[in-house]
Design a protein around this ligand. Structure first.
Ligand code: NAD
Ligand code: ZN
Length: 369
């Protein structure tokens, strides 16, 4: 039986449904929430080859008129060029105000299709059908959509909440283990931010998640989604100066710097950067006296035991601390020249710190690099 998780947003409440075989049952599930029996499915070529046909069949069986738009796989598709291609195709197909857009794929497709849905005719109903672990536990819930520009990642976008999220655990069977690990980093992150029981659960079951045990996957997705849903419900538009959605960036300032240096070419996945970034955030918190060393040791041990990237040196390349620091000071999360970081007082106790000395960050990068 699928697990149903409510996301209790005041204006746009919706459900995240987590289970197996949901792609084949999508038509019946969506018929209950969509305003019109008409949908446009957006996917990438890799995912389309695996799952588009059964999805379209299920939708047609439930009486939906279906169209589809397929883009190349990878981060490069979160571009203005693909945004234009997708919106042009939707307009050419004469979508109407109540025609729904379904994102079938990972976070790239969710972000691109979601942004296209938010902008076309000033907002079409939207459905997330995440097919990567990362998108099931993180990006499909919360309503952030967007694309990249030459000025940086995710700089054009909108908040556009889905009408429903269908996380089909069965689709993860075809996902490469490297992508599973990348998604697992965001699950560990959720525990480290504010759910110590989730981190303890990870210590016991992380290996089963990574070996793609379906029960472990379903529980991990449910726990991580529940955590994200609670944060998003509390701060839908990321307006809380402390806490709230900003905490979801734990490990990300470091991670983004590593991603930028590696060049978004697949050599470092987002979740791999986050995995290393989580440990660095704990190292920084220990160095500044906020967090006990024992908690850092637990995090390091867990990442090592599950084969997760934990150290910059594992990337097989030397990075100048100065270069990485430069990326962080260019990060959009900087205010008044001070370094703003999500730090921890311990496992499950993240907080926003506004005045982190650049020297301490530099020292941590030197210590690890
Ligand atoms: P992705 O969408 O690129 O998917 C990774 C790869 O896996 C792709 O090559 C894809 O074709 C393939 N794939 C997808 N599902 C598959 C399946 N079931 N079987 C086999 N292959 C499959 O990457 P991702 O890691 O899912 O998402 C990363 C993106 O998500 C980034 O652009 C990031 O910025 C974004 N993101 C957004 C949010 C948000 O709140 N909107 C949060 C976190 C991340
Ligand atoms: Zn992330």
């Amino acid at each position: 039986r699928p697990r149903r998780l409510p996301v209790r947003l005041e204006r746009n409440p919706y459900e995240v449904i987590i289970g197996t075989g949901l792609i084949e049952r999508a038509g019946a599930l969506l018929a209950t929430v969509l305003p019109q029996k008409r949908v446009v499915v957006v996917s990438d070529t890799t995912v389309a080859e695996l799952y588009l046909h059964p999805l379209l069949e299920s939708l047609s069986d439930s009486g939906f008129a279906v169209q589809s738009i397929v883009v190349p796989p990878g981060e490069q598709s979160k571009s203005l060029g693909e945004f234009q291609r997708v919106t042009d195709a939707m307009l050419e197909q004469k979508v109407e105000r109540r025609t729904a857009v379904i994102a079938l794929g990972g976070g790239v497709i969710g972000d691109l299709a979601g942004f296209a849905a938010s902008a076309t005719l000033r907002g079409l109903p939207f459905v997330q059908m995440p097919t990567t672990l990362l998108s099931q536990v993180d990006s499909s819930v919360g309503g952030k959509t967007g694309i990249n520009t030459s000025w940086g990642k995710n700089l054009l976008g909108a908040f556009h909440q889905p009408a429903m999220v269908l996380a089909d655990i069965s689709s993860l069977a075809t996902l490469p283990v490297r992508e599973i690990r990348a998604g697992y980093a965001e699950i560990v992150k959720a525990g480290l931010i504010g759910d110590p029981d989730l981190f303890t659960w990870c210590e016991r079951h992380g290996a089963s998640v990574i070996s793609q045990d379906p029960d472990a996957l379903a529980e991990a997705v449910e726990r991580a989604c529940a955590f994200k849903a609670a944060i998003v419900t509390d701060d839908e538009f990321e307006q809380k100066p402390e806490g709230g959605r900003a905490l979801l960036n734990l490990g990300h300032t470091f991670g983004h710097a590593l991603e930028a240096e590696m060049g978004y070419n697949g050599s470092l996945l987002h979740g791999e950067g986050v995995s290393i970034g989580l440990r660095l955030a704990f190292m920084l918190s220990v160095r500044l006296g906020y967090c006990p060393q024992a908690d850092l040791d637990r995090v390091t041990a867990h990442l090592d035991e599950t084969g997760m990237p934990a150290r910059i040196s594992q990337l097989g390349r030397h990075f100048e601390a100065r270069t990485l620091l430069d990326h962080m000071t260019r990060d959009k999360k900087m205010h008044d020249g001070k370094l703003k970081f999500v730090l921890v007082r311990g496992i499950g106790q993240a907080f926003t710190c506004r005045d982190v000395p650049a020297q301490a960050v530099h020292d941590v990068l030197v210590e690890d690099g």
